[in-house]
Structure formats: C-alpha cells, structure tokens
Design a protein around this ligand. Structure first.
Ligand SMILES: *Cc1c(COP(=O)(O)O)cnc(C)c1O
Length: 413
C-alpha cells in the first residue's frame, strides 16, 4: 500500500466550486472570499473574519496592526513551525521562546517567567489541534502586576492596555474550549489553509477577531481588509462595479489578500467540515488511540480533557524514551512499507537560522524530549479503514521489534 501523509481533500463539490469561480470570470478577492469569511464566522463564533494569503501573512498583519516593532518582544513556544517566530522577526521584533508542557502546548508558567515591559504579544500554538491552556493564559495577561508592566507604544496598545493574546490556530479549526469554539479564547485567532491543513485553499489563512469591548469590530475588520490590500480605500471587486473606479491609498498596506479561486476550494470543504470531514478525522484518531493504548511505550496524545477538545489535525504518536535516531529509523521503516509519516515539529532552536540568532535547544528540554519521541501518522478524511489498519499493523510491528532490541531508559515521569 502507498499511504501519503496529508493529501488535500478534493471532491466533486470542491471541483464544482472552483469551476463556478472560473465561469464567473472573477478570480481574485470577491464573493467567494466573502462567503468563506461568513462560514468562518459561523464555525468560530467570531464577529469578524479577514481572509489572507497565508497564516504567516495574517500574523504579520496582526502584529503590524498592534504596532509591534523593533525593541518589542513576542512570546512564542519553541515547539512550533518556524512561521510562529518568523512573523515576529519580519516585524523587527524579538521572538522570546519558551518551553512546552507534556501535552505539547505552550507552558503558561514559562510564559509568565519571560514577561517583561517589552512584551507586546503572546502567540499560543494549538498544536496538533489541541487548544492551549487559555484560561491560564488569559488570567496571566489580565493580572494586575502583568498589566502594570505593560508599556503601550501605539494607539491600539493603549486601547487594549495589556499584552495581546494571539492564537496560532493553523491546526485547530473546529477545536473547542469549554464547549465553545476555541477561537473565542484569544484576542485574535489565525488559521492556516495551507495544503496540508484540515481545511485548505492551497495557500491561505484567516484572522478572526475577538477583541474586547472598546474595539469596534467593524472598524478594525475594515482596517485589516485594507491592510491586506495596499491600504487601498476600495477593493478590486467594488471598483469593478460600474462607475466606481476611483480609489485612494490611505496608508502603507501589504498585498496579502486571498483570491476567490483559492477561497472556492476552502468554501466547499468548510461547508462539509463540521458534519462530515471533522468526524471522519476523529474516527481515525480514535482508531489509532485504541489500537496503541495497550502498548506500554505509547504516550497517548490528548484528544479531550474536559475543557479542551482537539480538531485532530495530527495524530502525534509518541514512543516513550526512544532516541531521535531510533525515531528516524522507525519512520524509515514505515516508508519502506509505503507509509509516509512525519515529525511535528523540529523545535525552532534546532534549526540553523534560529541557532545563528543564539537560541539553544538546551534551554527547552521538554521540546527536545517530545521531539525525539514524536511520529505524526497519516490522518485525513480520505484515509480508508483498511489503510488505517495497515498503518496500525506496520507501526506495531516496527516499534515492538525496535523496542525489543534497544535499551529504553526507565520512566522518568
Ligand atoms: C502551517 C503552520 C503555520 C504557517 O502557515 P502558512 O499558512 O503556511 O503561513 C504556522 N504555524 C503552524 C503551527 C503551522 O503548522
């Protein structure tokens, strides 16, 4: 069998929606983007959604909106995709990396320890689809002593009067927190619709706003739309309506808008996401969970804990105590059986560029430990039952053969 890691979900509905876009002759930002934003507001419960051309663009826009720049710090987990820190660097600010908990989400106490008068924002990553510990993170940023430390240096910063909490929800569309959409737990939630994510537009992303009272959502949403489109007073679609050609450039915007041809793909997926696609992911996730549960090397990923519920973006298999080398050998053996597995993530301090900036993996022991143990298995709606069974059999064979042959250190926790 040949089992790819994370192919996009392209069914007839997706194809029809894209063809519809082509037939209308309007392929850049227009009605499909608007329809996708409406669907996103519905699924996240957010009062505003601004589609952009990637998560990275959305994060740069969010930080720029808040006035984050040189001399500022943004706290991010060391265990994430590089974009979580690169967006901060693109704004001229400094990513302050902190370690994770054993559920792979950012450690709120480590966040607290790194807050300084320079801290402007926190980017919490809902890794694998599991929401972060948002109650604790919100408690931190609202605490009087933390608020007293905050030094506002822009109008938005003064209006908010505290650290901005951004959720990196690249993995977590459809995740929930205390029975509500997880996107309601931060000031801004940014999704990625990159080709491998739960919902894809090829490349794309979305900023969902959940700003506190005092901010006018419609005004901020309009501003962010313009920020994604050169600071132009009218978008191309509005301009194309008869007689409406004149526009102005009001400020130094970016060019980060999402085209309709991309939105069409995500729109057709999102319409069937809650009822069909997400349950199919969850079914595979639970099949993996029950298949591995009896193995004493298996560290189950958190699906739900009474407060948080995952969107099952990744199935992060973790094999207690193995070394990075053994993990890599296991992935190579799965590849020989035709199974593409992956690792999420190489902690950023282990990547050449971040190392060159002075980040050291020794400062993030939990990230390093979890990285060595982790193998992400294929999980997507099109994965058939017999394919899931095959993955399970191959993993059990490979790991049990390996565990029998190598010394595994005793449990340390
Ligand atoms: C994919 C991903 C991103 C980046 O998304 P793009 O849309 O490719 O910019 C950011 N953070 C995490 C955790 C991701 O997995």
């Amino acid at each position: 069998m040949n089992i790819s890691f994370s192919p996009p979900f392209i069914d007839q509905q997706v194809i029809d929606e894209v063809l519809d876009t082509l037939h209308t002759n309007w392929i850049t930002s227009g009605p499909k983007v608007k329809a996708l934003e409406d669907e996103l507001m519905a699924i996240t419960g957010s009062p505003a959604a601004i589609c952009v051309n990637s998560w990275t663009s959305g994060a740069i826009m969010a930080l720029n909106w808040f006035g984050v720049g040189p001399g500022d710090e943004v706290i991010v987990p060391a265990y994430s995709y590089c974009a979580t820190a690169l967006c901060v660097l693109h704004c001229g600010a400094t990513p302050v990396m902190v370690d994770i908990l054993d559920d792979l989400t950012i450690n709120p106490e480590a966040v607290l320890a790194r807050i300084t008068p320079r801290t402007k924002a926190i980017i919490a990553v809902d890794i694998a689809g599991l929401p972060c510990h948002y109650n604790r993170l919100n408690e931190l940023i609202h605490a009087k002593d933390v608020r007293d430390l905050f030094v506002p240096a822009s109008v938005k910063q003064a209006d908010l009067g505290r650290i901005l909490l951004i959720s990196d929800a690249a993995h977590s569309i459809g995740a929930s927190y205390q029975g509500r959409p997880a996107a309601l737990m931060s000031d801004m939630t940014i999704f990625s619709f990159h080709a491998v994510k739960n919902v894809t537009t090829g490349e794309g992303g979305c900023i969902c706003l959940n700003l506190p009272a005092g901010f006018d959502v419609a005004t901020e949403s309009r501003y962010l739309k313009m920020l994604s489109l050169n600071g132009q007073s009218k978008d191309a679609f509005t301009k194309s309506q008869g007689g409406s050609w004149r526009y102005d450039i009001l400020f130094k915007g970016f060019k980060m808008n999402m085209p309709d041809i991309c939105a069409a793909i995500g729109l057709a997926q999102l319409r069937q996401y809650t009822a069909v696609l997400l349950p199919m992911r969850k079914k595979i996730y639970h099949k993996y969970l029950s298949a591995f549960m009896a193995q004493d090397w298996f560290i189950p990923p958190v699906y739900a804990d009474g407060i948080r519920e995952s969107s099952c973006h990744l199935f992060a298999l973790r094999i207690r105590g193995i070394s990075e080398e053994v993990r890599d050998e296991l992935i190579a053996e799965l590849a020989l059986s035709g199974i593409q597995a992956n690792v999420h993530f190489i902690p950023m301090p282990m990547l050449t560029y971040f190392e060159s900036l002075g980040y050291q993996i020794a400062d993030y022991p939990e990230s390093r430990r979890q990285f060595a143990w982790e193998i992400s298995l294929p999980i997507y709606p099109q994965l058939r039952d017999e394919e899931t069974d095959f993955v399970i059999d191959c993993v059990l064979d490979a790991v049990n053969a390996k565990i029998g042959s190598v010394e595994v250190p005793a449990l340390t926790d």
